[in-house]
Design a protein around this ligand. Sequence first.
Ligand SMILES: [Zn+2]
Length: 490
Amino acid sequence: MVKARLALIPYPNSVEYTGGSIPAVSIDPEGASVTLCGLQDFAEDTAAEAYILHIGAEEIKIIAPQKIGVFYAKQTLQQLREAGGDVPCCKIFDQPRFAHRGFMLDVARHMTTIENTKKLIDALARMKMNVLHWHLTDDQGWRVPVEKYPRLIEVGSVRARSHFGQQKVDEPYGGFYTHDELREIVAYASARHITVIPELDIPGHMTCAIAAYPQFSCTEEQLEVGDHEGVYEDILCVGKDEVMQFVYDVLDAFCDIFPGEYFHIGGDEAPKKRWKACPHCQQRMKDNDLQNEEQLQGWFNKQVAAHLAQRGKKTVVWNEALKSGQMGDEVIAQSWFDPGRHAIRFANRGHAVIMSDNGSNYLDYPYGRIPLKKIYKYNPFRFGLTRKGRQSVLGVEAPSWAEYMRDFDRVCYMTFPRLCAVAENGWTRKKNYKDFRARAEQFVPQLVALGIYPALPGIWDPSPKTRAQETIDQAKGLYHTAMMMRHDEA
Ligand SMILES: [Zn+2]
């Protein structure tokens, strides 16, 4: 039988052609017959998300163990319908390679409106992704009201200016989401089988909270909300009991809004300079027999993870939070930049990790640094992972940091189609770049119909010269300015 390819992203794991074809316009995802089956027909780890789909001339049948599989079968049908033409009759037997297929949206540096966030969620759902990691606080802005601490919004949600790299805007920037809006997003995502993982980045990246409550830092110096990129030296003083209480109160407030199983507490880029000089932090170390400041962060992580466990949550941390060497199953690690290979060793000990290596997954990096082909060829089974370590890889996630992304057009331009590659990395076992690229081009009109405008195909895989130039420009903080100009011209 002639091998036809289906216009699908991500590509299904098994397709058997049964002969003949039907016109795409005749496909009605909601009109398919649905039968629920047991989990036993599928490989264990992601069986709950599996589905079988029969596309026949007479009938379309979905068989799946759970509602989520039915939902994914319907996404497959929706994509085939929208791609148009004729669809070959076939039997699809499908389940994801990884359980965690995520996208991280940074709204601390620049916000994405609720309406536009829904468009992103629609795209995630269409591509069978199941996690929206929402980076809600950072040095440059606090976006979630907490009743006990009103100054987090009054002071912490607005910065006086935005000086990111070569982009300098000398006017205030701020905003926040109401609890109703946050819950609206959680519900919208949940209806599409997407979990929202909120991130409260602690103890570093807290300049906005310290600007609102200077007593929460070691020096108690009055700071401004962050106005530039990079790593800030002032972090939460974890030697003070009132700071621990603040953290627990905020965690509780977030837990009331976000019902999901996972909670991200950041833990990245927390310089220890202030802790070394702080009597409260040094006392905390003495009281708990801690040898150094990394262990103090380990102690802090453990307190926070225990608090979240009481609320029924699993705690996720960036790989730096593993440096204390004390973390175990109380956390899941997200690996982004890990020269010390802490996340690899952590996984090899059997603890869960999410792979987000910045050199292959950061959607805010220029296409010249991470072309579509590079992100597609990313192997989450990093060098050094043992068999046990590989089994500990929960999945893949692509972060999109927003220092340089001032509006939704730019988020879309940087994110798509590279996120399509991430979706396929998370789902499809046998991959082929040439074939994927063709399918990605076919997929563009579907994104546009969702209100998302991807980068033009000419940008996806830049020439070696452009790659070199954009990599240098990025290092100099120039890239985003040049990119904006090209983008505005297009
Ligand atoms: Zn301190």
